[in-house]
Write a protein that binds this ligand. Structure first.
Ligand SMILES: [Zn+2]
Length: 191
């Protein structure tokens, strides 16, 4: 079976147009510094500070702008900030909590929702899905073999779109659990 590239997402934020205006100024734009594996997605020059009840953390803004602001934390990040992060797929924010203040160079916003720990997932094209014998929304297990800390990641959601390219995304806690630094390779297995 073909191996899947496993990439690690550090904590980050996606911003809405309205929140971008408040944090960076009316009509401000993001400045891409690094394009990510998913077409059109990038890390920007722009950073903000998250303030929680127990601590603060700097995060990079990922572009492009989205319909709604979303903060993606590891559960360790959430604990040190003193907030709750529900495990959710990106963009599925109903019922999520906030509790963070986002501080930018031009202003700040108080979030009352949109703080999540991203549910681990695999992006794939329809052709990839056919090859792996899976469908959009399927939940699979992915085995990642590392030096002394191999892990099978169950509860991994398959997300299929023409606009994706094949890659699995995990957060820094998940990466640390498997001693992954940089990227790794995974394989869908029966679980
Ligand atoms: Zn992803």
């Amino acid at each position: 079976m073909e191996k899947i590239l496993v990439e690690v997402s550090a904590r980050h934020i996606h911003l809405s147009r309205a929140d971008m205006d408040v944090l960076f100024g009316e009509g401000s734009e993001l400045h891409p510094i690094k394009y990510l594996s998913q077409p059109g997605q990038y890390a920007s020059e722009e950073k903000v500070t998250l303030k929680g009840p127990k601590g603060t953390a700097g995060v990079r803004v990922l572009g492009p702008l989205r319909k709604e602001t979303q903060v993606e934390l590891s559960l360790t990040d959430a604990r040190s900030l003193g907030v709750k992060a529900m495990i959710r797929e990106s963009g599925v924010l109903d019922g999520t909590t906030g509790g963070l203040t986002v501080v930018g160079p031009k202003g700040e916003i108080a979030l009352d929702r949109g703080v999540i720990a991203a549910k681990r997932h695999i992006h794939m094209t329809p052709a990839d899905a056919e090859k792996f014998g899976v469908n959009n929304g399927d939940v699979v297990a992915v085995k990642v073999v590392t030096d002394g800390r191999s892990v099978v990641f169950a509860d991994t959601v398959v997300r299929v779109s023409d606009s994706y390219s094949l890659a699995m995304h995990i957060d820094t806690d998940e990466a640390n659990a498997a001693a992954i630094s940089g990227t790794a390779e995974g394989e869908i297995v029966a679980f």
